[in-house]
Design a protein around this ligand. Structure first.
Ligand code: ZN
Length: 235
């Protein structure tokens, strides 16, 4: 599984990918983070068995976990919507089906972050929060960061209620059929407002609702599967 647009944007020292509908990566309600089929997929992806991966139980909040070897030892899956780390060869993961996955890489301090940003997380400014945490914990500088947006539902398909005009006044699109939210644009604006240059932000521009090969919560409802986004610094 390769995601060419991610491997093109990031240098070879970064491993980054997003899966598609060929495998459902929904996090089991209880117990282990991966089922047998998912484990086999990951083993072939990383060419080794039992790859330790940092997982979170996503709750559309604002909490970001800092993954350390000690954190990994605890083996617990905590409720959070993003992970940052500077540990080499330690993959971090978020799962999506319409929400945006945001990949952050600091080539100078050798640190990464991966965030799950739906409209609720975006309203809570979770991505700028992750960036500030990387500044605080790893000494990251805004001008060094490279940020990529994964597939998500987009303004072509993301019809929302009137309330969203209040939440995202600059990121809603008015159409004859109603209001649509531009979720990636909302996140991009939050990042540029923080001081990150637009040229350091890459958007794959893929829509999970109308594009082929993705799971979409809007389209499929509760039974929708999940794509997994993975990010790792190679040692
Ligand atoms: Zn669409």
């Amino acid at each position: 599984m390769t995601t060419p647009w991610l491997s093109k944007f990031f240098p070879p020292e970064v491993f980054a990918c997003v899966t598609n509908r060929s495998i459902n990566f929904a996090l089991p309600k209880k117990g282990k983070p991966f089922g047998q089929k998912q484990k086999r997929f990951l083993s072939s992806l990383f060419s080794k068995t039992d790859v330790p991966i940092i997982n979170v139980r996503q709750v559309h909040g604002r909490r970001i976990v800092t993954a350390t070897p000690r954190y990994l030892k605890k083996g617990k899956i905590v409720e959070a919507d993003g992970v940052i780390t500077n540990v080499l060869n330690l993959p971090i993961a978020v799962r999506t089906a319409d929400c945006l996955s945001v990949f952050i890489f600091d080539p100078k301090k050798k640190a990464i972050g991966l965030v799950h940003a739906g409209w609720k997380g975006t309203k809570k400014k979770i991505v700028p929060h992750a960036v500030r945490l990387m500044q605080r914990k790893f000494g990251s500088r805004l001008k060094d960061l490279k940020i990529a947006f994964g597939p998500s539902i987009r303004p072509c398909c993301y019809q929302v209620g009137k309330d969203f005009q209040k939440y995202f006044p600059k990121d809603v699109v008015h159409k004859p059929s109603g209001l649509c939210l531009d979720l990636p644009l909302a996140n991009q604006r939050q990042l540029t407002a923080l001081g990150i240059s637009k040229k350091n932000i890459f958007d794959c521009e893929l829509c999970t609702f109308c594009g082929p090969g993705f799971f979409s919560f809007r389209r499929e409802g509760e039974k929708a599967g999940r794509m997994i986004s993975l990010l790792m610094l190679r040692g």
